[in-house]
Ligand binder design. Structure first.
Ligand SMILES: Cc1cc2nc3c(=O)[nH]c(=O)nc-3n(C[C@H](O)[C@H](O)[C@H](O)COP(=O)(O)O)c2cc1C
Length: 211
């Protein structure tokens, strides 16, 4: 049964704009794609390993073409488990709040764990870097307190550029981005309108994607 992996990086539960819009996407996606299931990964539930000395040692060993040893071997096995779940999905949905112009630290932690040589990217001295997660779509639902669509604020948006860049690095070419903004700076009415507009886009995309 194909799976949509919903990676969720807001700790705000039902108050989260990025999760609320993603839930609208999921409802419409399941209505339009029979036989699919949703795998929900809540990054604030604390299941993702930290990236400490053994994880770093493992990554450097693998990049040097060596087998990780001792604590690094244990860490590498755990990393492979997280990546197996990630790669087993057939489509991806990310709920991403803007935090300090970028992404929440738990999402960065997850990215640090899953972006690994030989598993999600490869390096060849002649060809350079290649992504290994290919042929599957990713949908980004980005929520921001302010508005960043136009200059000069657009230059401060490292949430969208970072997510698009890192997913491109590991192989994604089909990345759709839905923005809910402003969720704070314009007051409650503007926030409501932003979530409604983003939800309408999400429902439309969900009905069209993978068709
Ligand atoms: C730690 C933290 C940092 C934030 N930093 C920014 C920021 O740099 N720019 C901004 O426009 N909003 C910022 N916000 C507001 C959030 O982006 C906004 O509330 C958004 O809706 C959060 O997504 P969520 O509703 O899915 O949790 C921040 C919120 C938190 C909790």
């Amino acid at each position: 049964m194909p799976a949509l992996l919903h990676i969720w990086s807001s700790p705000r539960g039902g108050d989260s704009a990025s999760v609320r819009v993603a839930e609208e996407f999921i409802k419409a996606f399941l209505a339009a794609h029979s036989g699919w299931r949703v795998d929900r990964l809540d990054l604030f539930a604390g299941q993702i390993p930290e990236f400490l000395a053994p994880q770093a040692a493992a990554k450097y060993s693998v990049m040097a073409g060596e087998e990780p040893k001792d604590a690094a071997a244990v860490a590498w096995k755990q990393i492979i488990g997280v990546i197996d779940r990630f790669k087993s999905a057939d489509a991806y949905l990310f709920s991403v709040p803007m935090w300090n112009f970028s992404i929440p630290y738990r999402l960065k932690q997850y990215i640090d764990v899953i972006v690994q040589p030989g598993l999600t990217f490869s390096f060849d001295p002649a060809k350079g870097y290649s992504g290994l997660v290919m042929g599957k779509p990713a949908v980004l639902v980005l929520a921001r307190g302010g508005a960043y669509s136009t200059a000069p604020a657009a230059a401060m948006d490292m949430q969208k550029t970072y997510m698009q860049t890192i997913l491109g690095f590991i192989g994604f070419t089909d990345i759709r981005t839905i923005v809910a903004e402003p969720t704070l700076a314009g007051g409650p009415e503007a926030a409501k309108a932003a979530v409604e507009q983003a939800s309408a886009q999400a429902r439309q995309l969900a009905a069209e994607i993978l068709k």
